[in-house]
Design a binder for this molecule. Sequence first.
Ligand code: NFS
Ligand code: SF4
Length: 647
Amino acid sequence: MNIEDYVIDPANTKMLQLAEDEGVSTCFSRYEDMTPQCGFGAAGVCCTMCLQGPCRVNPADNDKGNQEGICGARDYTIVARNLVRSIAAGSANHSGHARHVAEVLRGVALGEAEDYEIKDEAKLKKVATDLGIEVDGKETNEIVKEVAEEAISNFIGFHGEEVSWLKTAIPESRYNLLSDCDVIPQGINDAIADSMHRSAMGVDSDPLNLIFGGLETSLTDFTGCAIGTDLSDILFGTPELIESEANLGVLDEDAVNLLVHGHDPLLSEKIVEAAKRLEDEAKAAGAENGINIAGICCTGNELLMRQGVSLAANFTSQELAIMTGAVDAIVADVQCVMPSLQEISRCYHTDIITTMDIAKVSGAKHIQFNDSSANADADTIVRTAIEAFQKRDAEVDIPEHKSKLMAGFTVEQIVEVLQKVNADDPLSVITDALASGDIRGIALFAGCNNVKTKQDHNHLEVAKELVKNDVLCVATGCAANSLGKHGFLLPEAVEEYAGEGLKKVMGILSDAAGVDLPLVWHMGSCVDNSRAVRLATALADYTGLDLGELPIVATAPEAMHEKAVSIGTWAVTLGLPTHVGVVPPVTGSKLVTEVATKIAKDVYDGHFIVETDPKAAAEKLIAEIDERNWIQAMKTKARESDSYTTE
Ligand code: NFS
Ligand code: SF4
């Protein structure tokens, strides 16, 4: 294997080299063994929806080979069905996480989740008010219960009502457009179930109808993300600007290194608390520096945002963390956990601990995490890590490399910073910068790593090109982790990479805030993409424009998970031109590809831009930003409105 084809930073390069030298299999080596991958699967034209299959049809645009599956399904049906199922799976993941948070919130109100409490009452009241729940004269617990139950009701299509959360998070104009297109979901679970139903053998074979079903389901993914973010803020506090570090160098040889992996802050927040409680036990066990909690994937981002916990690894570096010999335990909840961790951990003293009943790994330790006994369960998990620390056997070799970073850019924090520039009219700071051209547009970086791209490389290259062209970049998920590892979440990077206009704006904001702001703004985990939409919605409401008119784009340069498919789909549906740096399995149908990459734009203003070359991708995103011509739109709007009187 040519290591440079897969990783770029010194820490991961060193660990991947070690894995290669020791014959340890990693996602990279398994990818090499896997290539060439199946062309039918890659094009999305393999169907396993019934037991007569698998059927595959010719993905090339010619008349050779099978044109139809055994039942007569053609390329467009098979591709659309597979796509819809991916979106449904993505939504089930994000929404499943949100549902858990909602249940615990209700448990708090009912006194059944005694180890949790409300940390942000102001956010609780804001969320309640947005949902139309009366707060005046009510006990906090009563509001908590009503908000939690409203969230839970978004999962079940109750009396055919539309999901209530969606309306609170997007501009009215967009909501009306979605309503006109009949894609407003009535329940998260219902939409997921409908997607499974309609994509089954012999149900929906009309690709356009399937795609509209996919759009509706993707909006339930968004709704789940928004619920997840809002309720996590209520339970654990709304993040504020915070400093930390990223990359394998955050591991500490003289501490119990406990890595939290997955997505659900209900577990990881409790692990952080337990680690504080049990610090002395760790020291007594010989860990001079106590317990070092660091994150992998999005639960790392959740803890980073609220607790300043460092990020050890993003998706494709999770296995390499174990290779340091310094990881005593990885505690996982749900999603993005490679089963291979258990196999690699067998060569080390590392314990892989699973905690959720729907997410076990064969061979791993399972310590069930219960909402009703969260503190005690977290103690058990941390003690297990302390025991593992005492069994360290292999040589510990932690790469020195790590980068400092800043995170915590919630909408609330961004507005607070803007208020320091203009107390009465904070959002005008952004819109004025856009109008003057100092900022050319705004880009949301989201998504994962993928072995098909060099780890972090696409993220960095797209970011470099965008900031050079004065595009303000915000980031979530493993994309943010990538940018963090490479110093892009630092103020120093502004000087190094930003164009003159962006530099100027960052200077003004930093002076006003009294703190130097980083080049790219870390907005949190993948569910926190909802924060980015809320920011965009605030700008839309402020300017009287729709999301589809604003110079805002999204990019997932290294997308991997079905959640990314779902996010990309709702980003397009909400009006954002959305870049994907990996070719998704839709190319087997010309029709579906054209709808996703071209026709969607006519209806929703957003469309997919599939581009594997990061520089070309950035150029295309900038072209989309420039095409928005939002200033003109704003002027036209103003002319149409009653309040505009020049004559
Ligand atoms: Ni998002 Fe986050 Fe990472 Fe991708 Fe996985 S952790 S929820 S899915 S790999 S960004
Ligand atoms: Fe083949 Fe049709 Fe069955 Fe799919 S649903 S496996 S195309 S027969």
